[in-house]
Design a protein around this ligand. Structure first.
Ligand SMILES: Cc1cc2nc3c(=O)[nH]c(=O)nc-3n(C[C@H](O)[C@H](O)[C@H](O)COP(=O)(O)O)c2cc1C
Length: 330
């Protein structure tokens, strides 16, 4: 693979979702000759980690896992074999993955289709249409995650949805009572639409348009000071999103990376069919609500991320840092 192709791969990888759009990754190329790249390291950039909500780096690993999967699909779309080794060096825990680039190997149609959805995927914080996500797509998303050994639980039982909604709200209350949480969140919200990191205020537009039973993370400090509606006002239409939980049997860096890879692939499968998602991770960040979620739903293993999904109306609205900031030669 030549250098221009490598830049194309990294441009696709950085479109991955990341917690607060922190983009906590670095890519390092290994050169076989002066013009031929034969491997790429994906490294954690812990200077961009979130100490308050993510002290163990669980979400950092998930974000980088998604970038690894988008990079792998971009390599495949170029028609090059790609083997991913997770955490290949026990003495270097920041080296999250080594992508070995092999011989020419034509991509499958599915790989091309998934890669083509990279620029369409985005986080939707507005309301979803009434149209339900059908069974065939649910099964495709489940299989996409299963390839990485990650399970997907769809919350179809009303009781499960209600108990999860209660825990999401409780986690939000607990986090927002901590001034350090508000401070960290504020550090990653940007006023300018063209910001190349963090969450620009325009990406939050639409968050007031839904009547959702699921409390989403409120990124703006005055978000709860919404004027009460007129008593005579017609209530907003309620939405009924698909809610699912991705989880793993273990709870260590390898499991977090695999969750991220599964998330990246699942979101591309969904985006290809016009379905978008909003992660709701607060309930997992707070240890007490995470264990209550596990107990309430009778989960065998560790929930890693909760997603609210459906047919939305938004479009990609977050920026990315320039390639020069995240790619260097080894
Ligand atoms: C591990 C992880 C956790 C996230 N948690 C939340 C969340 O709790 N609430 C939310 O609104 N978005 C959440 N997001 C979405 C990010 O904010 C989003 O990916 C980022 O701002 C980039 O925007 P994009 O997905 O539209 O490209 C999360 C993303 C990841 C990867």
């Amino acid at each position: 693979m030549n250098n221009e192709q490598l830049r194309e791969v990294v441009r696709a990888a950085v479109r991955a979702p990341s917690v607060h759009n922190t983009q906590p990754w670095q890519f390092v190329s290994h050169l076989a000759t002066s013009s031929e790249v034969d491997a790429v390291e994906v490294r954690a950039d812990r200077t961009r980690s979130l100490q308050v909500i993510d002290p163990l780096g669980r979400e950092l690993h998930m974000s980088c896992g998604a970038a690894i999967e988008l990079a792998r699909l971009a390599v495949r779309a170029i028609g090059v074999r790609c083997e991913v080794a997770l955490l290949p060096d026990p003495a270097d825990r920041d080296l999250l993955a080594l992508l070995h680039l092999g011989e020419a190997d034509p991509p499958t149609e599915e790989e091309l289709r998934l890669h083509a959805s990279t620029s369409a995927r985005y986080t939707e914080r507005g309301g979803f249409d009434e149209r339900p996500v059908d069974e065939a797509l649910r099964e495709k998303m489940r299989l996409a995650a299963a390839e990485q050994g990650v399970w997907v639980l769809y919350l179809d039982r009303p009781d499960d949805r209600v108990s999860t909604a209660v825990l999401l709200a409780r986690a939000d209350d607990i986090e927002r009572a901590n001034p350090a949480y508000e401070q960290e969140l504020g550090d990653w919200v940007r006023d300018q639409a063209e910001a190349d990191e963090g969450i620009p205020v325009p990406a939050l537009a639409g968050r007031g348009t839904r009547a959702s039973s699921y409390r989403l993370r409120e990124f703006l400090p005055d978000g709860d000071k919404v004027e009460p509606p007129e008593p005579s006002a017609v209530p907003p239409e309620a939405e009924h999103p698909l809610v699912c939980i991705l989880g793993t049997d273990g709870d260590d860096p390898a499991a977090w990376l695999r969750t991220g890879q599964a998330l990246g692939r699942l979101l591309l499968v969904a985006a290809g069919e016009g379905v978008s998602a909003a992660p709701m991770t607060q309930v997992i960040e707070v240890p007490s609500t995470r264990s209550m979620l596990t107990a309430n739903l009778g989960l065998l293993g560790y929930p890693q991320i909760v997603l609210r999904m459906g047919y939305g109306h938004g479009s990609p609205a977050t920026g990315r840092r320039p390639i020069e900031d995240v790619l260097r030669d080894g």
